[in-house]
Structure formats: structure tokens, C-alpha cells
Design a protein around this ligand. Structure first.
Ligand code: HEC
Length: 108
């Protein structure tokens, strides 16, 4: 019995570690509140799941810099048409690129 508890606790610790490891801190600070964690399709979020984005890196950077409205933006999925993302300040371009790569890696 004791052994089962230890194994279960270890399993939990490992899962928690995997969920957090590699997540860019800036994502946790600036994006998670609206977007939730990428690839978690069961989570209800205000913004789209970034694991599923079809944006190029350049478009992704524009979205973060300018928020919801910028020239050349692809059409929005219906449920996001009335939702707004404000421009995100204080996020460096290399940080955005890191979020982009990491978020796409979370796709299932
Ligand atoms: C206040 C809530 C909010 C915050 C904070 C926020 N977003 Fe958004 N984001 C949204 C909403 C709502 C949309 C959908 C509407 C749109 O495209 O403007 C969106 C759309 C996007 C898209 C377009 C995805 C696609 O494929 O259509 C990207 C990329 C994105 N956000 C990245 C980010 C990143 C990276 C951060 C953190 C630096 C961030 N967002 C912070 C609300 C937010």
C-alpha cells in the first residue's frame, strides 16, 4: 500500500514537471490568462489555442505587437470575431519566436 502511494506521488511529480518544463515564463506572465495552455483542447479559453495556429512566425509576431487588428491578417474563426486581443508590450521578438515554437510543439 505504502509503495503504491509513493509510486502515485512520483507519477504526479513527473507529470507536473513535464507540464511546466520548457514553458516560456513570458507566456505564463502575459498570455496564459487568455489563451490557457496550448494543446489542452478541453480547457475553455478566451483566446484561441496557440498549438493550432496556422500563422507564420511573422504573422504571430505581428499579432503580439499589434493585437487584434493589423493589415493582412487572415480571417478569424467565427467564435473569435467579437473577441479582442490588446497589443502586448514588453515582449521581445526572440521571446515571441520561442513561444511560437514551443506552442506548436504542444499540438496533439
Ligand atoms: C486579453 C486577452 C489576451 C491576451 C493577454 C493575449 N491574447 Fe492572443 N488572442 C486573444 C484573442 C481574443 C484572440 C482572437 C482574436 C484575434 O485574433 O485577435 C487572440 C489571438 C491570438 C493569436 C492568433 C492565433 C490564430 O491562429 O488566429 C496569436 C498568435 C496570439 N493571440 C498570441 C498571443 C501571445 C503570444 C500572447 C502573449 C504575449 C497573447 N496572445 C496574449 C486574447 C489575448
Amino acid at each position: 500500500m505504502k509503495r503504491v502511494v509513493v509510486v502515485a506521488a512520483l507519477g504526479l511529480a513527473l507529470t507536473a514537471g513535464v507540464a511546466v518544463a520548457g514553458t516560456p515564463q513570458v507566456y505564463l506572465d502575459k498570455c496564459r490568462n487568455c489563451h490557457g495552455m496550448p494543446g489542452k483542447w478541453w480547457a475553455k479559453n478566451y483566446g484561441p489555442d496557440l498549438a493550432k495556429t496556422k500563422f507564420t512566425l511573422e504573422q504571430f509576431i505581428r499579432q503580439v505587437r499589434y493585437g487584434s487588428k493589423w493589415e493582412g491578417k487572415p480571417p478569424l474563426a467565427f467564435k473569435y470575431k467579437t473577441r479582442v486581443m490588446p497589443p502586448q508590450v514588453g515582449v521581445e521578438e526572440d521571446e515571441i519566436a520561442a513561444i511560437y515554437v514551443w506552442a506548436k510543439e504542444q499540438a496533439e
